[in-house]
Each structure stands twice: as C-alpha cells, then as structure tokens.
Design a binder for this molecule. Structure first.
Ligand SMILES: NC(=O)c1ccc[n+]([C@@H]2O[C@H](COP(=O)([O-])OP(=O)(O)OC[C@H]3O[C@@H](n4cnc5c(N)ncnc54)[C@H](O)[C@@H]3O)[C@@H](O)[C@H]2O)c1
Ligand SMILES: [Zn+2]
Ligand SMILES: [Zn+2]
Length: 363
C-alpha cells in the first residue's frame, strides 16, 4: 500500500484525465489530525467543474488548485497534532466536513463555513486543499464529524457531500408527513434526497430520464417517472391527487426538469434548487407569483446539519451506502471517474482495500 512514508494521491487534470502521484505522508501540526483514508466519494460537481472542462477554474469556491481531489472523505484518525481537543482520539472514525472556513468572518461565526467570505481562509478539501482520493488526509480537527456506529466508512463518505446536501435541502423545505415531494434527477444526490424525505414522513416521487437510474431508484422504494415522457406532467398531477407536489427538489441541474418542477408544483409549494449549473427560463407571473411559490437555493449543508444527519441516519436505520454501485481503490481512479462520467452507475467510491472488501462481501 504505502512505503517509506509515501502516499498516493489522485489529481484531476481536466479534459477527462486523472493522474496518480506520490506525496510525503503529512505530519499533523497545531489543531490538525491525520486520517487514514477509508472511503472518498466522487461527486457530480467534480465532473462538471474539474473533470470535464478543458481548463478547470482556478479561483473562487469551485476553483481547483491542482490538489489531491475528493471532497467526500471519511476515515480513521491515526495521528493528532498539538492543541487538538481531547475529544478526538487515535482510531476514532470521522467524516470530514469538506469546507474549512476562516472561523472569523460573519458567515463562519453563524456556523455557515460554506459561505465563508475569506479569500485566503476558506479552503475546500479536494478543491483548494488536499482531499480524500489518497491513502491519508491531513485535516483541521474543527472540520471533523464523528461517524457513529453502525454507519460504515462508505456511509460516511456518502454523507460528506451528497447526502449532507440532500439533507439540507429537505430541512430548507421543512419537509414533514404533510408533504408530497417530487425530486427531479435521481443521481446520488436526488436519490439521497428522496430517501431522506421518505424518512421525514413525506410521500415521494422521483423524475429521471435515465432508465438505469430509474430502476435503481425503484429498487430502493422510490416510485420514479420518466422525465422524457410527453405526458409526465399530467401523470404527476394525477398521482398527487390533482394538486401537484407541495415540495419540489431539483437535483438534475437541467433546465427542463427545473421548469417541470415549477409547472407541476401546487400553489404555495416550496421549490429547492440543488442541481448546479445552467439556467431555467419561466414566466414569472403565472408560475411563481400567482402560485405564491417559494424558491430556495441550497448549497451543501452546515457542519451541525451534518452531525444531525449522522444521528438521524442511525435512528432511521438508513444506511446511505445503498446508493453506491461501484467501489474502486486509489490506483483505479481513472476507471472510477470514466464510469461515473458515463452516467451508467450509481454513487462511485474510492475506498481502502479493507473497506472495499467489506462492501463487496455485504452485497
Ligand atoms: N447544491 C449543492 O450544494 C450541491 C452539492 C453537490 C452536488 N450538487 C449538484 O447536484 C446535482 C446532482 O448531483 P449528482 O452527483 O446526483 O449528479 P448526477 O449528474 O449524477 O445526477 C443528475 C441526474 O439528473 C438526471 N437528469 C438530467 N436531466 C434530467 C431531466 N430533464 N429530467 C429528469 N432527470 C434528469 C440525470 O440523468 C442524472 O441521473 C449536480 O448538478 C451536482 O453538481 C449540488
Ligand atoms: Zn460534492
Ligand atoms: Zn469565514
């Protein structure tokens, strides 16, 4: 695996290329801990912002500084630096909340590191500082969330971005058993949002253009309609008692799915935009003003929401690794990215040999 204090790390080069490089295993400094990586997920955002573009952006929240990729890290503490709270011990299992905030700006003080204003103090793992596609990761102790038993490391990796994002969207819409929810785009994030909304008590439907993803969602108990069907809007209205959904969560990032969501939503519905990129064009008066819709944008989640998600998953016995279809090791990163990019998979994870073996045996 590693020799002579050398670890492997995956760097994304753009134009659908990845490289595996050697690095010295870091030593934790003040306030830092070293994790042995166990699971590190691939995210739709990696594909859109770094893997597919010829020249990934180098600045801003999605600026990529050529670091070790992977913003969904989950692992085990193996070394602890100075001045780290005694609550963290070697062998603790942890999820890394992937946005390190400056800790001093107005947003950080409100607990929203994702919106941190600092140009130099805000760094996301896998974007601006080394991420999880590696054998080890150096983290700030302040960014750790305890992974409770019996959640697995792969569960933790799914939580680290995608499911945390999905959870924040369901909290934003204040979903309850009174709601009928439509999730558009049943990739890993949408599927996660649908499973959480179901646990929160709502009636949930999915909308997806890809047949394999529709089938995967159905197998996990989410009734999913074909987004390409010409009659889909009528079907959604019919399924929701003639009213339309009271909540729509768009996890497709696609203009037509966003528009469908706005069109089928009932009066006073809440709409949450999670899928990134692109645009949507709609007639404001009939669709939004006269229906009194509330439209939210929701970006990742806060670290305290991630802690609450971990606690609730244990309570609900919802193990998010069920959205994972493939697990690879670090040296297979190229294959992992190509498969995820093809859209012919569920969630794809890069894992340690031990965690990959456990996952395969559990299938
Ligand atoms: N807001 C955030 O904080 C946040 C965080 C993570 C990911 N994201 C974004 O969320 C989205 C989902 O992430 P993912 O990893 O699941 O991505 P993904 O690309 O795997 O999933 C998107 C799904 O939408 C489906 N889709 C496309 N057009 C559609 C249409 N017209 N109707 C129905 N379905 C359609 C695709 O077939 C695909 O299955 C991405 O845009 C990603 O960048 C946002
Ligand atoms: Zn992500
Ligand atoms: Zn800040």
């Amino acid at each position: 695996m590693t020799t002579d204090n050398i670890m492997r790390g995956v760097v994304i080069k753009g134009s659908r290329r990845v490289a595996i490089q050697d690095y010295a295993i870091p030593v934790p400094g003040v306030g830092e801990v070293l994790l042995e990586m166990q699971a590190s997920g691939l995210c739709g955002s990696d594909l859109r912002a770094i893997y597919r573009p010829e020249n990934p952006k180098s600045e801003g929240a999605e600026g990529y500084r050529g670091v070790i990729a992977g913003h969904e890290p989950c692992g085990k503490i193996v070394a602890i630096g100075q001045n780290v709270s005694p609550e963290w011990k070697v062998n603790d299992r942890v999820v890394v909340y992937h946005i390190h905030g400056c800790g001093s700006c107005r947003e950080c003080r409100a607990g929203r590191f994702i919106s941190c204003h600092s140009e130099t103090g805000r760094e996301a793992y896998g974007w601006q500082r080394n991420g999880g596609h590696s054998d080890y990761i150096l983290t700030s102790a302040a960014d750790l969330v305890r992974l409770l038993e019996p959640l697995s490391y792969i569960d933790g990796s799914v939580i680290a971005c995608g499911l945390g994002t999905a959870y924040a969207a369901t909290l934003r819409a204040q979903i309850s058993g009174l709601d009928t929810v439509l999730v558009t785009g049943m990739g890993p994030v949408g599927l996660g949002a649908a499973l959480l909304a179901q646990k929160e008590g709502a009636n949930v439907y999915g909308l997806e253009v890809d047949p394999a993803r529709r089938q995967a969602a159905e197998e996990l108990g989410i009734y999913t309609l074909d987004g390409a069907s010409p009659k889909v809007k009528e079907t959604i209205i019919e399924l929701t008692g003639g009213y339309g959904p009271s909540v729509v969560i768009d996890c497709s990032g696609h203009p037509s799915a966003r528009l469908t969501g706005l069109e089928v939503a009932r009066e006073w519905a809440r709409i949450v935009f999670v899928g990134e990129g692109g645009s949507v064009t709609f007639d404001v008066s009939p669709l939004v003003i006269h229906k009194s819709l509330t439209i939210y944008g929701s970006w990742v989640c806060s670290i305290s929401q991630m802690e609450s998600l971990v606690e609730n998953l244990v309570k609900w016995k919802l193990f998010p690794e069920k959205v994972v279809s493939h697990v690879f090791s670090v040296h297979e990163a190229e294959k992992a990215y190509a498969l995820f990019d093809s859209g012919k998979s569920g969630k794809v994870i890069i894992a340690s040999e031990e965690e990959a073996k456990r996952w395969k045996e559990s299938k």
